[in-house]
Design a protein around this ligand. Structure first.
Ligand SMILES: [Zn+2]
Ligand SMILES: [Zn+2]
Length: 354
C-alpha cells in the first residue's frame, strides 16, 4: 500500500495565536489523531529506492552477530564480553550526552576537553559523523511523523527502526535538511574535525581499539576479539539507538503532549540510557535531562550532572516544574492543549532550540 502525501503541515508562526490559526491547527491536530499509523511503504525505485549495498552490509553484520553469540558462549569469552559492554557504554554516552543532548539540542554547554571526549565516544558508536547525525536529528524534531522526518514512524516499525538506513532518503528529508541552520555546529572545531576525519575515526574506534585491548590485556583470540568486541557490540548498540526512533514513537504514554507521536517508553529508556522519555523530550527538547524523573533510568543525566560537578559541563537547561505541570494539565482539556502547543512551539522557535 502506498500513500503519497503526508497529511501533516509544520507550523512556523512566531506571532500570537489568532482564532483562524487556532482553528487551522485544530484541524491539523485532528488529522494527526486520526491518521492511520499502519504499515506505510513509500518506495520509488527511481527516486528513493532500496540501497542494496546497505542491505548487504547490515545483513552480513547481523549474521556475524548471531555467530558471535555462539562463539561467546562456546569459548566463554566473558572478559571480552564485559569489555565490549563497557566500551559500548561509552559509545552510548557519545550518542546520548554528546551528539544528542549537547550538539543537536544545545541543552548544555561543554568545555573543549569534554567535547573531545564525547566525540571519541561518539566514534565508538559508529553512527556517521557528528554533523550529519545532528542535522538528521534536528530535521526529525522539526518535522516529526511527516515525509520530511528521516525515520518517519508512520511508515511502520521496520522503517523507523532500520529501514530508513536501507532506502534512499525521501526528497523532502534532503530538502528540509538543507534549509536548517547548522552554523553553530560548523563553528565547533570538534564537529569539523569529526566530519573531516570520520573514516579514520571509524576505523580506530570501531575496529582497532576494541580488537587490540582484549588481545593485548588478556590474550583473547584475535577472531573472538573482532566478533565480540567489534561486531556483536556494534550491532547491539545500533539497535539500542534505533529503538528510540521506532519503539519510542509507537508504544507508550503521552502525558505531556498527546498529539505527537513520541511516547514515554521505559524499555527504551533502559536500553538507550534515558532516551525513552520521548514524549517529554519532544515536548521540551531543550531540557538536558529529557525527563522529570531525575536519575531514574537516565544514566546520561547522571553523567552530565557529574561533568557539571567537575566543571566540564555548564549552563544546563531545565524546564520549569510549573511548565511541566501546566502541560500535563492541558492534556485533559483539548481546547487548552491547542493553545499550549502553540505557545510552546513559539517559545521553542524564538529560542532556536531543536
Ligand atoms: Zn532529540
Ligand atoms: Zn523522536
Amino acid at each position: 500500500m502506498c500513500r503519497s502525501k503526508s497529511l501533516l503541515s509544520n507550523n512556523s508562526n512566531h506571532g500570537p495565536v489568532t482564532a483562524i490559526e487556532k482553528s487551522q491547527s485544530d484541524k491539523s491536530e485532528k488529522l494527526r489523531e486520526t491518521v492511520d499509523t499502519g504499515l506505510y511503504l513509500y518506495i520509488n525505485k527511481d527516486a528513493y529506492g532500496i540501497v542494496w549495498r546497505n542491505v548487504a552490509i547490515f545483513l552480513a553484520l547481523h549474521l556475524i552477530t548471531i555467530y558471535s553469540t555462539i562463539v561467546l558462549f562456546r569459548d566463554r569469552s566473558w572478559n571480552t564480553w564485559i569489555f565490549a559492554y563497557l566500551y559500548g557504554f561509552h559509545g552510548g554516552l557519545g550518542v546520548t550526552a554528546g551528539a544528542h543532548r549537547l550538539w543537536s539540542h544545545r541543552s548544555y554547554k561543554a568545555r573543549l576537553g569534554l567535547r573531545i571526549f564525547l566525540a571519541c565516544c561518539f566514534s565508538i558508536a559508529g553512527q556517521d559523523d557528528l554533523l550529519t547525525w545532528c542535522r538528521d536529528h534536528r530535521v526529525h524534531h522539526k518535522y516529526s511523523e511527516t515525509d520530511s522526518d528521516p525515520h518517519n514512524s508512520r511508515r511502520g516499525f521496520f522503517f523507523a527502526h532500520v529501514g530508513w538506513l536501507l532506502t534512499r532518503k525521501h526528497p523532502q528529508v534532503i530538502a528540509k535538511g538543507k534549509q536548517l541552520d547548522l552554523s553553530d555546529l560548523m563553528a565547533d572545531p570538534v564537529v569539523r574535525f569529526h566530519k573531516r576525519f570520520y573514516p579514520l575515526c571509524y576505523v580506530i574506534f570501531i575496529v582497532i581499539i576494541p580488537c587490540l585491548i582484549p588481545i593485548y590485556f588478556w590474550n583473547e583470540k584475535p577472531l573472538n576479539a573482532f566478533l565480540i568486541a567489534v561486531v556483536w557490540r556494534y550491532v547491539l548498540s545500533l539497535h539500542c539507538t534505533w529503538f528510540v526512533n521506532s519503539a519510542a514513537h509507537m508504544w507508550g504514554d503521552r502525558p505531556y503532549r498527546r498529539t505527537i507521536g513520541a511516547r514515554e517508553n521505559p524499555f527504551v529508556s533502559f536500553a538507550a540510557f534515558g532516551e525513552g522519555f520521548h514524549n517529554f523530550h519532544h515536548t521540551f527538547p531543550y531540557d538536558y535531562s529529557t525527563s522529570e524523573l531525575g536519575w531514574k533510568l537516565n544514566p546520561t543525566k547522571v553523567f552530565i550532572d557529574l561533568m557539571a560537578i567537575l566543571g566540564l559541563a555548564y549552563d544546563l537547561k531545565k524546564v520549569k516544574p510549573e511548565t511541566i505541570h501546566r502541560s500535563k494539565e492541558n492534556q485533559s482539556n483539548n481546547n487548552n492543549t491547542m493553545m499550549f502547543n502553540h505557545q510552546s512551539r513559539n517559545t521553542f522557535e524564538h529560542n532556536n532550540h531543536y
